[in-house]
Design a protein around this ligand. Structure first.
Ligand code: K80
Length: 450
């Protein structure tokens, strides 16, 4: 054991009600909204294919020029109630909002920066309106916060001099002030998801990341904090020098997911993945033809994949500068919501089932021990193979929705064929298994001698 002052604080998964709610929520929506939505990936007549919220970087725009976009921030179509209805219809149980992205523009009227909504033609506290509207719909609100801030003269990528060190400590104080401001103005916030924490300057100040986590937890009992904020005494990030997860859940699965066979270690801790609809666009980009846009079923596959391994999934939306959503995102939210309305029982408050992955799809397990089969790939054999852990037998199988009983045929020790539905559901569907912990049945099966 390496002695650490700023290492992991939890020993295993948090079991308190606030963390249980975080976990049970399972499906979230990301809102990436900022000045970057105005140019939408184009600068001086050139369209950049990279992530739209990084356009300042791709087009090498100086901060003061970039921040002049504030003069155009006037989302006349913004209606927080409509946004909340959309999230509700999608079946998102929480929404993560970019309070401040790398550009430094604040969606709330921060006292500590002039780069805020208060100093735009629109003036209003859009963050406050969103928090209220989502909460009124029973949706939890999480705050995305970028520590790296391209608008702030005291930000440093690395600490190479005493001057750097003095400037950066001013920057960390500024950041503390903004975090306290957010926690004070919006006390119903349930989580802080930190980004922009990979630079050497932060790794060198692991103490501050531990302090920021502690400060927020003192101000907001139960609040959850992602692992990405954290660096330990030695600059180790996410997992400390003793391999222990820092923060309350791992936040490394961004636009990627753990392998359901090789990466089962992730089932030992809480984690949350996030994903984009195009290949890599978080902020609004005007041209989605530049990369592959996932279909609703491809998004649902990723949601179920995460839950099948004990994780959450956050699906990203990049609202337009006018405060409305592009049609593709509205259609996606509706499609996900339709599926979640029918089959959400296999997602919400579900977890890793402990069954070996099969080609037809994923397993999840509900709170009362029921096991769900979420079928994405129906086999030509018309038989869904289920291999149960030792000592577990399958009693019954029923199609969610119609309740149609599936045939359960034992084909070998701990192996079953489950029949497919009489009438194809024409969409990924869910079979609920009733399983039993069989006593030590010797059974009729014997292994081959080889
Ligand atoms: C290299 C890189 C840096 C930052 C990001 C940010 N994290 C996502 C959640 C978005 O906010 C993206 O801008 C993505 C890639």
């Amino acid at each position: 054991e390496i002695p650490l002052k700023y290492g992991a604080t939890n020993d295993g998964k948090r079991q308190d009600p606030a963390m249980q709610k975080f976990r049970d929520n399972r499906l979230g929506a990301f809102i990436h909204w900022g000045l970057y939505a105005i140019p939408g990936g184009e600068w001086n007549g050139k369209v950049y294919g990279g992530a739209a919220e990084w356009l300042k970087s791709w087009a090498k725009v100086p901060a003061d020029e970039w921040l002049k976009l504030m003069d155009q921030w006037n989302p006349t179509k913004f209606d927080a109630k409509k946004w909340a209805k959309m999230a509700k219809e999608m079946g998102a149980k929480y929404v993560k909002i970019t309070t401040k992205h790398h550009e430094g523009f604040c969606l709330w009227p921060s006292k500590y920066s002039k780069y805020t909504v208060a100093n735009t033609p629109y003036k209003k506290d859009v963050l406050g309106e969103m928090v209220k509207a989502y909460n009124d719909e029973g949706i939890d609100v999480h705050f995305y916060f970028s520590v790296m801030d391209w608008s702030h003269p005291d930000y440093r990528y690395s600490i190479k001099s005493e001057e750097d060190s003095i400037a950066f400590s001013r920057f960390l104080e500024f950041t503390d002030n903004q975090l306290k401001e957010l926690a004070t103005r919006y006390p119903t916030v349930k989580d802080f998801w930190f980004d922009g924490t990979w630079d050497a300057s932060i790794k060198k100040n692991g103490w501050w990341t531990a302090h920021a986590e502690q400060m927020l937890k003192e101000m907001l009992p139960g609040v959850t904090i992602n692992s990405r904020l954290r660096a330990d005494d030695n600059g180790k990030r996410h997992f400390d020098s003793n391999g222990r997860l820092m923060g309350d859940y791992e936040s490394g699965y961004e636009r990627r997911l753990p392998d359901p066979v090789k990466d089962l270690k992730v089932t030992q801790w809480d984690w949350e993945a996030c994903m984009t609809i195009p290949e890599n666009q978080w902020g609004y980009h005007k041209d989605w033809s530049l990369s592959y846009v996932k279909t609703p079923i491809e998004v649902i596959d990723r949601i179920v994949h995460a839950v099948s391994m004990g994780g959450n999934m956050v699906v990203n939306f990049g609202p337009q500068a006018d405060g409305d959503f592009r049609p593709e995102e509205k259609a996606l939210a509706t499609a996900i919501g339709k599926w979640m309305h029918r089959y959400g029982e296999a997602v919400y408050a579900c977890d890793y089932a402990g069954f070996d992955k099969q080609d037809w799809g994923y397993y999840t397990r509900g709170k009362n021990g029921e096991v769900y089969m979420i079928v994405f790939n129906q086999p030509y054999s018309e038989r869904l193979v289920v291999k149960t852990p030792k000592g577990i037998s399958v009693e019954k199988a029923a199609l969610l929705g119609t309740g149609e009983e599936m045939n359960v045929v034992e084909t070998a020790r701990n192996e079953y064929n489950i029949s497919i539905p009489e009438k194809s559901p024409d969409e990924p569907y869910v079979i609920r298994l009733k399983v039993r912990a069989a006593k030590g049945t010797k059974g009729i099966y014997r292994d081959a001698l080889t």
